[in-house]
Design a protein around this ligand. Structure first.
Ligand SMILES: Cc1ncc(C[n+]2csc(CCOP(=O)(O)OP(=O)(O)O)c2C)c(N)n1
Length: 397
């Protein structure tokens, strides 16, 4: 891409009070704009792509059906978690509804040794990393601080502090470089790191710092931004004057916008970016253009700040429906397959619910246990005082 391709004041959303591109886009800004990579239209028609078709062609029919299964199971898990929250079993839930393709496409593009740093909505990526979904519920139920071992699945614990994990990812990627695990040509060894964050997070200083360090060190990290259009109640055009993927150029590495509701395109674009990272070509910024169909979390009400017509438009771009249509029309899957996936989703929902309700309450004083790696006199004193306080309640009873 040359400098002249980018209008200096092009906006994230193409809203009228800003300057927009001189050349009229074939695909309007609210649909992702002309440069957005898309391999499947919302109607489920395959769009050819000179570079990326080869990546999709490598996937067997079984792998392609597997992506569908992932999308459906992840959506079902998310629906069950939302219901559990509504019934008072979780304190809070951040739904991924609408973002399944962005997460499954990118999650399945990773290799075993790659390492992901999520925010708090990446349930679909967790699924692809093999994290038991019920483990995702512990923190939201208040019984643990994250119920999985990050080093076992190469999937870091959820991060609530917006954007902080991008620094962790860059630091980890710099460590990967220093371990010599980049560009060796050994497929089992060469490692990439992927940092997940939202559009709102790009306004955080941490994210800019992470991009600077990744850029100057040419670190093997993919910055995967799910632009779901809203940072709680702040729409995109109030967050950024420039399209998010354009920012990469300022940090000295490539940026690309992909249709985040198109699982094939997300898979192909992310695989390309991860391959580049592993082979020593440095970072990429991927903006997955998607939409948050539900509330930001179960504690907010999106009808207070966005219009339902917008949601209706995005329903038409549903990631699961378009992919199902393509699988059907290309005869890669039949009705029997779709029924089996539905049945499996029902089973998953039931098992997640049962296992969530059976999660034991932790011993309250265990919150002092991992504050320091080694015993510490201050926390030991605090723990003793806390236990004595609790014991005093038992005496009253
Ligand atoms: C450093 C920090 N500032 C503010 C918040 C409060 N907060 C929680 S979510 C959120 C919006 C995040 O939006 P975005 O990055 O687009 O992610 P999304 O939730 O839409 O996936 C904010 C401001 C926070 N958690 N951390």
């Amino acid at each position: 891409m040359s400098d002249s391709d980018v209008a200096p004041l092009e906006t994230a959303y193409g809203v009228q009070h800003h300057v927009t591109r001189a050349d009229a886009p074939e695909r309007p800004a609210h649909e992702g704009g002309p440069e957005m990579v898309q391999l499947l239209t919302p109607e489920g028609e395959r769009v050819p792509h000179a570079e990326l078709d080869a990546i999709v062609d490598e996937l067997s029919d079984e792998a392609l059906r597997g992506l569908y299964r992932d999308l459906v199971l992840v959506r079902r898990f998310d629906a069950e978690a939302t219901a559990l929250q509504r019934q008072g079993e979780l304190g809070l839930w951040a739904s991924l509804l609408g973002q399944e393709a962005a997460q499954v496409g990118s999650g399945r593009a990773m290799r075993r040794q790659d390492y992901a740093f999520p925010t708090y909505r990446e349930h679909g990526v967790a699924w692809c990393r093999g994290v038991d979904p019920v483990n995702l519920l512990g923190m939201f139920r208040g019984v643990n601080h994250g119920g999985w071992d990050p080093n076992e699945k190469n999937f870091h614990l959820y991060t609530i502090i917006i954007g902080a994990q991008t620094l962790h990812a860059t630091g980890y990627a710099m460590g990967v470089q220093r371990d010599g695990d980049v560009g060796t040509g050994d497929e089992q060894r060469d490692t990439a790191v992927i940092a997940y964050f939202g559009d709102g997070a790009t306004s955080q200083g941490d994210v800019s710092e992470a991009l600077v360090f990744a850029g100057v060190n040419n670190s093997p990290v993919v910055f995967f931004c799910q632009n779901n259009q809203w940072a709680i109640s702040e729409p995109n055009e109030k967050q950024s004057r420039a399209p998010l993927w354009h920012r990469a150029r300022g940090f000295g590495f490539p940026g690309i916008r992909v249709d985040g509701n198109d699982v094939l395109a997300v898979y192909a674009v992310t695989k390309q970016a991860l391959d580049a990272a592993r082979t020593g070509q440095g970072p990429t910024f991927v903006e997955a253009f998607t939409y948050r169909m539900g509330a930001h979390t179960t504690s907010d009400d999106p009808t207070k700040y966005r219009v339902s017509a917008e949601v209706e438009v995005w329903k038409h771009r549903d990631p699961i429906e378009r992919y199902k249509r393509w699988l059907l029309t290309t005869e890669r899957a039949d009705a029997g397959f779709f029924d089996a996936v539905e049945a499996e989703a029902d089973e998953l929902g039931t098992s997640v619910r049962e296992r969530c309700l059976a999660m034991p309450d932790p011993d309250a004083s265990s919150m002092f246990d991992h504050v320091y790696a080694d015993p510490h006199p201050v926390t030991a004193r605090e723990k003793a005082a806390f236990e004595a306080y609790h014991a005093s309640f038992e005496e009253v009873r």
